[in-house]
Design a protein around this ligand. Structure first.
Ligand SMILES: [Zn+2]
Length: 164
């Protein structure tokens, strides 16, 4: 079992002075080939050394971003970029009764693109975000997309060279 936080030692001062604290966090992210956007989180919960005698060369040396903090940064980045979050993509897809594979084909995506979006590993482009919002939110858009996908498949099958 991992040590509780108050039993762990700060890697700078060696004291058992690590605690969860909230502090502002900012970083810049480039998305979609646009100018970088500054993401601001006023109260990110991180692990920090609370020993006043601990003076690391860089203040961030005693701040540890755990998995929870990393995920919060990811989600806030989606929100502040104006994109559907991974959880929103997943729940909307499930609401329509679509598998990842089905939605991926309807949107014309390759590989494991959709699963990467739903795991928060890749940010979808703005244009595909818009397309998803239309499919999720506009009545008739899903059946239109299905019809388009079906027509293309039929055309592709008809254009395939016939085996002699
Ligand atoms: Zn310390």
């Amino acid at each position: 079992m991992p040590l509780p936080l108050n039993e762990k030692r700060c890697h700078v001062c060696g004291q058992k002075s690590l605690r969860h604290v909230r502090r502002p966090f900012e970083y810049e992210v480039s998305h979609d080939g646009r100018r970088p956007v500054r993401i601001h989180i006023p109260d990110l919960e991180v692990i920090a050394c609370t020993n006043h005698d601990c003076h690391p060369e860089h203040p961030d040396d005693t701040v540890i971003e755990d998995e929870q903090a990393t995920w919060r940064i990811t989600i806030e980045t989606y929100r502040q970029l104006g994109l559907l979050t991974p959880e929103e993509i997943r729940s909307q897809r499930e609401r329509l009764g679509l598998t990842q594979q089905e939605l991926q084909e309807l949107l014309g995506l390759g590989g494991n693109t959709l699963s990467r979006w739903e795991n928060g590993r890749v940010y979808q482009s703005r244009s595909l975000d818009t397309l998803m919002r239309i499919v999720f939110g506009m009545s008739g858009a899903l059946s239109y997309t299905r019809g388009l996908h079906h027509t293309r498949q039929v055309e592709r099958a008809e254009n395939r060279p016939k085996v002699q």
